[in-house]
Design a protein. Sequence first.
Length: 224
Amino acid sequence: MNHAALGRACATSIAQAFLPSRWHYFYARAKLRSDPLYPGVIEALRDSDAPLLDIGCGIGLLAHALRGAGLALPYVGVDNDAGKIAHAQRAALAAELQAVDFQSRDAAAGLPAHHGSVAILDVLQYVEPHAQGALLDAAIGMLTPGAKLVIRTGLEDGSRRAWMTRAGDSVGRWLGWMNAGPKRYPDADALRARFDAAGLHCEFGPLYGRTPFNNWRVVATRPA
């Protein structure tokens, strides 16, 4: 399993909602055209209509990708970067996205009440090691029967891709796109053990496409 990124027409259409900010327009278009994240998450959620909480949503690209793929599940995105949330709100309004809400919120200080599916995409490595387990447990507790916890994360496996992932995340912090640097990348066996203990069905698969990074999709499903 490794997905292609979104097509040019779809990526450009979504990116136009972020104008007049040229920076966010070009960022969104490049991200959607190069990263297989969004098709991978769409595939994971296509057979579910459970409401989705997107933890660390950034400027809200996942909401646009879901709607573009015909997935109408209710969506709430939270991020601790108020500036990104402001851009997400403006773009969602410009694109006339329905049943979408964005909130500026620090997950470490508490998450909104939610029952359904949860997405944690490229976030875990920025969470302090002692808080990663608490965040995962909170997300697991939100899952309703048939709902899914969808994670995209780098894994600490000693590979060259793992080194490239850490370097890329550090550059993102240096450039100011991320407001924190990477702390610790999860261990695959530890994740499996946590999900098994919670009675979830778990699947791992690579989700790095043509990028050099060690990104994996993890889908943990609450049995119906």
